[in-house]
Design a protein. Structure first.
Length: 314
C-alpha cells in the first residue's frame, strides 16, 4: 500500500507541475561564441565602410581637411563626376580584364601544381611546397622589387637569357601588365595549390583508381571526377582570387611607378589612390572605393547564386 500511495503521489505531483518553458540557451550559444569575432569585424570592417560611404557623399578636399572651408554635403555629386569621366571607364575595363587574366592564370597554375603534388615523391613534394610557401610569404613590395630586378633592361638576367638586349618590360602597356600578372600569379598560386591539394587528398583513392582502370586520362579524371567533387573548394579559391586580384595595388604601383606612362597601367585601386591622395579629392577617391566594393559584392553574390541554382551545397 505504501508503495502504491507513493506512486500515486508522484503521479499527482507530475500532473500538477506546470509545463516547463523551452530553453533558448542552446540556440543562443553559437552567437555567444561568435560575439567576440563579430565585435572585431564590426570595428575593422563595418565602421570603415560606413566612413568610406559617408566621405563619398561629401565635398572633402584638402581645404576641408585643413579647416579652410567647411565640409558640405554633395549627395551623389562625386558619383556623377566619376561616371562622367571617360578615364574612369577605361580604368574599370582595364581592371576587369587584368583581374580576369590573373584569376584564370592563378587557378590554372595552382590546380595543375596541386595535381602534380599528388604524383611526385615525398622529397620533391616537400621542396615544391616550401618554394611555394616562400613565394606566398614574401611581402608584395619585396616580391615586386625582385621581379623588377629580374626583368631590368640593363642588369636583369631575363633579358640576357632571352637575348633581347635592353628591352624595357615596363615601357609598353601590355608588356607591363604581363609582367605584373606574372608577379601576381607567383605570389597567389600557393594558396590555390595548397587548398586544392588538401581537397584532392580527401578524395577516396578508390574513386581515382577506378577512373584510371577505366582508361581515363589525367585531364579526364580532373574534369569528370576531381573538379565536381572539389567544386565547393574551387568556389572558395575563385572568390578569394577575384577579390585579391580585383583590388591589386602594390604590384601595379611599384612595378609601373604609380600606374605607368601617362596612366596606361592604372587599375581602380591605384586610380582611387591618385584621386584621393595625389589630387586631394578624398570624396572622389572614396566614391571609387564604394564602386569597387559594390562590384565585388555583386560578382560574389551572382557567382554563389549560379552555383545554388545548380544544386551545389556551399
Amino acid at each position: 500500500m505504501a508503495t502504491q500511495d507513493t506512486v500515486a503521489e508522484r503521479v499527482t505531483v507530475t500532473e500538477e507541475a506546470p509545463a516547463r518553458p523551452r530553453r533558448r540557451g542552446p540556440a543562443r550559444t553559437p552567437w555567444l561564441y561568435l560575439a567576440p569575432a563579430l565585435v572585431v569585424l564590426g570595428g575593422l570592417l563595418v565602421y570603415p565602410i560606413y566612413q568610406l560611404g559617408l566621405i563619398s557623399l561629401l565635398k572633402y578636399t584638402q581645404a576641408q581637411v585643413s579647416g579652410g572651408e567647411p565640409t558640405s554635403f554633395e549627395g551623389f555629386g562625386n558619383y556623377a563626376t566619376l561616371f562622367a569621366d571617360d578615364q574612369f571607364w577605361q580604368v574599370l575595363l582595364a581592371t576587369v580584364m587584368f583581374a580576369a587574366a590573373c584569376v584564370v592564370s592563378t587557378l590554372a597554375t595552382g590546380c595543375a601544381l596541386a595535381v602534380l603534388l599528388t604524383r611526385v615523391r615525398a622529397l620533391p613534394r616537400l621542396a615544391l611546397m616550401l618554394a611555394a610557401l616562400g613565394a606566398w610569404a614574401t611581402p608584395a613590395v619585396t616580391g615586386s622589387t625582385v621581379w623588377l630586378l629580374l626583368f631590368d633592361p640593363d642588369f636583369g638576367p631575363v633579358n640576357r637569357v632571352l637575348g633581347i638586349g635592353d628591352h624595357s618590360w615596363t615601357y609598353g602597356r601590355y608588356s607591363a601588365f604581363a609582367l605584373v600578372l606574372l608577379e601576381v600569379v607567383w605570389c597567389s598560386f600557393p594558396f590555390v595549390m595548397v587548398t586544392v591539394y588538401a581537397g584532392i587528398r580527401a578524395v577516396p583513392a578508390e574513386v581515382l583508381e577506378a577512373a584510371a582502370l577505366d582508361g581515363a586520362s589525367q585531364w579526364r579524371i580532373w574534369r569528370s571526377v576531381l573538379a565536381p567533387m572539389l567544386r565547393p573548394i574551387l568556389v572558395v579559391v575563385t572568390i578569394q582570387s577575384v577579390i585579391w586580384d580585383f583590388k591589386v595595388f602594390t604590384q601595379i604601383y611599384v612595378m609601373t611607378n604609380g600606374g605607368g606612362i601617362a596612366g596606361q597601367n592604372l587599375v581602380l585601386n591605384v586610380y582611387a589612390y591618385q584621386k584621393a591622395f595625389a589630387a586631394s579629392q578624398y570624396g572622389l577617391g572614396s566614391a571609387i572605393g564604394v564602386v569597387m566594393l559594390v562590384i565585388l559584392l555583386a560578382v560574389t553574390l551572382v557567382y554563389l547564386r549560379l552555383l545554388r541554382k545548380q544544386g551545389e551545397e556551399l
